[in-house]
Design a protein around this ligand. Sequence first.
Ligand code: ADP
Ligand code: MG
Length: 706
Amino acid sequence: MTFVGTIFPIKNWDAVTFIMKDLNMSVQFLKGVGPERARILKKIGIETVGDLITYFPFRHEDRSHLKLFAQITHGEEATVLAVVAEHQIIPTRGRRPLLKILLEDGSGKATMVCFNQLYLKDSLPPGTSIVLHGKFERTFRDLQITNFIYEKLAGEEDDLIHTKRIVPIYQVTSKLNLRFLRTLIKRALDSYLSYLRETLSETILREYNLMLYQQAVYNIHFPSTREKGEDARRRLIFEEFFFWELAMALRRRQVKIIDKNRKYQLRKNLLTAFKEKLPFDFTSAQKRVIREIFNDLMSPKPMNRLLQGDVGSGKTVVALAAILLVVENGYQAAVMAPTEILAEQHYLTLRQMLEGLQVKVELATGKMGQKKKREVYQRIVRGESQIIIGTHALIEQGVKFSNLALAVIDEQHKFGVMQRARLRKKGENLDILVMTATPIPRTLTLTVYGDLDVSIIDQLPPGRKKILTQRLSEEEAYQMVIDGVRKGQQAYIVYPIINESDKLELRAAVKMAERLMATVFKDLRVGLLHGQMKSDEKEQVMMKFLNREFDILITTTIIEVGIDVANACLMVIEHSERFGLATLHQLRGRVGRGTEQSLCILLGQTKTEEAKKRAQIMLETNDGFRIAEEDLRLRGGGEFFGTQQHGLPEFKIGNIVFDHRELELARQAAFQLISRDPILTLPENGVIKQKFREKFKEKFGLASVG
Ligand code: ADP
Ligand code: MG
């Protein structure tokens, strides 16, 4: 936390510094912590007192209802209020003596069996009242408890934290005791809660019926009732989403106030020629989104648009239309792909589509030699090449352009909000078109791409047949491949891993390629493509497959995105149970690109329930949006929003799937706020501005705030 600026009128600076010092104080200096425990706490991200009190429990246990000994059945987990009656110390052979504490509660008796806890003899003398929680075992004579948690009742003002209440359960480590952490958090809350500053304005708190921040932080740990706990959670989730959406709203606004200072006109020298050359007509969905994009391009404000369309819906030609408008007006356009292989394929496709037109397309890849690189960069900086294709990394870094005006980003889900912000910094007023085939339910689109306008291609080119999906045996699958190849078709066979490993009993691409080439496919032409190959090798293999020099391509998920071989209409996915729905859908999208009937064959065992459901969904539908929804339901959006994807927001307690209601409310609140008070100048919004700066300013480069 840094404390800068003068957002809300601060009269007493000393007090402020004092406050900040306290929440920023190392936990080491709290009573009972010290350097060793501080190190342990650091492992779970707790360094300061502020970290400690905002280390939220992942669940609660309701131990508020007391039971009587007489009511407890065998194996029941219960909380009781009892008095220590007497101690028994039972000698054991060779080991420390065993302590048994006999308890009474008026309804009956029970025994606490204390292994290695002889010291309880002194801390729980006869006559002590305790609240005890744990799992009880009932034998025919006796009620016993071995694993327990207890608290002494001190007197009138009992402030119990581990029992006889709704108890917070925290994520801990083997070295960090839950009880200790809970006590520590309670103590810190008691002393430091009042130093927490409110982060939302009164208007928003009132309008959305939210708890005050301090109240929420207390109640998320130690709620007096379930409802209080829920309200606290809701307030904190709202807040978390709110600041994210505020960043979106500000980014959007920021883009909208810039003038891009360039004018495009439909000159028709390239565009018209291109359209005439195309072997097909645009679908009406394509026409619609091209219109939307052209409107953006012709407007004085920079474009910031997401183009969503299922695999095979024809996004490339749409992007190309946008590119050509820019190029025929004398500017440069860059196309950024997530991998080199895709960049190369875009290059080939575009060059082919633009053959005979006066446009220079340039491929800039990481593997170019020094000399080549210098030449390519020279041509780009001199403006001799108009369309530059490369990977995200490449274009984000080194390349200098002569007059870059449009950036097309392909397969967006690997390219997040932060990178977009960075890219925008490169060219203040770039027009940006982001393309994604990842079908995302609408609410989520708003979160992840909340700063973008959205165009959707919701129609496939005509003549496409639905891809059939089947589960077959291996023999049947190989036979289908052989039959397909006889008919002149090509096939992909996809494996989950490249090389065999000791840990996983899975078939791997390299080994299987060898084996299949020597056996069932010995008369066919088989190629191998995977991520560990050098890029020129990859390119060669791809070119050969594209030119039908291979019948079969044995590969991995490397082909998940983008590769377009219309003649390949068979796909076999080995160990399909190993892939998530999003991946399966993307893989399947590699076939069904031409006019022939395509087939996707799923091999593998569906042992788990989830794998069974996934297979079932794949067999049932081709609709990417439906698959995305199912994925959300099955795994909470795990695959789309898993850690492997960069740039997506990471929320501490909010979950964009399960808490989507809060998300929508927070979005509404944030966008309304920015439309009323665009740079947060109203005094009432000072608290929000302050919090926002701490959180986001650096990351987003939002110059307009403050
Ligand atoms: P994606 O949206 O998955 O990127 P592509 O742009 O690669 O899809 O297009 C898939 C295939 O469909 C390409 O071979 C492309 O040439 C073709 N295509 C695109 N638009 C049309 C259309 N309107 N009619 C027929 N074929 C089309
Ligand atoms: Mg594509």
